[in-house]
Design a protein around this ligand. Structure first.
Ligand SMILES: [Zn+2]
Length: 286
């Protein structure tokens, strides 16, 4: 059985002490992975890391919508040093030429994570987020690689942007950590997108009504055809059960696949094969 963690961040500072061991555990579990960049330096380090391994490690490069803002800083991503703080305080503009160089690397298989995130939005960055997304769609078209989209609390605007004729891509890509509704999923599928699901699928459903933006995962996953479903960890964040609350890592994607199999009512083997096939078709066409 082979597994595919289609969205992870092993290049982040959270793994500075034991990155090689984390990757070794993944490779021993037959887990392929795409390390996803979120800004200039984590995109460059994703490409560098992918090139240190002959196979099974790939990179995605791009500017995450939260990094178009000035104040955001995540210690797991950049470490706690003063240098990292002053670096993130800039608020990044999308530098097309910088990212295009990284995009052309043979180990780069996607553009992103790019998208819209209205969760901690300060209104004036809304336009900036959209601008960066549009430029990254252009880049995906330019280098003929699919998109790795991040979207939080912004599905209506995301879908509107992707529906624009100038956003049409032959191989559109995935919406990672999908949290939209069944209706959002349908619209995105019409546009050719697939979806990655991560650790959250293994969490027991919360009592009471879900918030409007956190749908019943099982129902959405049941509705989405199996050839549009991929697995991810989004490590170091959101570790699946039984590792919930700990630092996540790509080897744990096995738990996500197990749960997806259960929801879809098929065997683990079949789910792993399907997810692997889908990931290869989208990201590593031969
Ligand atoms: Zn991510």
């Amino acid at each position: 059985m082979k597994f595919f963690d289609a969205h992870t961040h092993v290049q982040f500072a959270a793994y500075d002490a034991d990155r090689k061991e984390v990757i070794k555990r993944a490779l021993e579990s037959d887990v392929f992975m795409i390390n996803v960049g979120t800004q200039r330096n984590t995109s460059a380090s994703a490409v560098k890391l992918a090139n240190e391994y002959a196979e099974r490690l790939y990179a995605s490069i791009g500017l995450h919508p939260i990094h178009t803002e000035k104040s955001y800083h995540d210690e797991k991503e950049l470490g706690g040093g003063e240098a990292a703080k002053s670096f993130t305080s800039v608020g990044e503009d999308f530098d097309y030429d910088y990212y295009k160089k990284l995009a052309l690397d043979p180990k780069t298989v996607a553009i992103g994570e790019c998208g819209l995130d209205y969760y901690r939005l300060s209104e004036e960055t809304k336009e900036k987020q959209k601008e960066a997304l549009v430029r990254q769609i252009e880049l995906a078209k330019d280098v003929k690689k699919p998109l790795m989209i991040h979207c939080r609390n912004a599905f209506a605007d995301l879908i509107e942007t992707l529906q624009s004729p100038s956003s049409k891509l032959q191989n559109p890509g995935v919406v990672h950590f999908f949290t939209g509704t069944a209706d959002d999923a349908k619209k995105l599928m019409e546009l050719g997108f697939s979806f990655t699901f991560g650790g959250v699928v293994t969490f027991p459903p919360k009592a009471g009504q879900p918030r409007a933006d956190t749908p019943n995962y099982n129902e959405v996953i049941k509705m989405i055809p199996i050839d549009r479903i991929l697995s991810e960890t989004d490590a170091p964040y959101v570790a699946p059960v039984p590792y919930r609350g700990k630092r996540n890592e790509p080897a744990y994607v096995v738990e996500v696949v197990k749960k997806l199999a259960e929801i879809k009512g098929i065997s683990n083997d079949e789910m792993a094969d399907k997810v692997f096939e889908n990931s290869k078709r989208i990201f590593i066409p031969i």
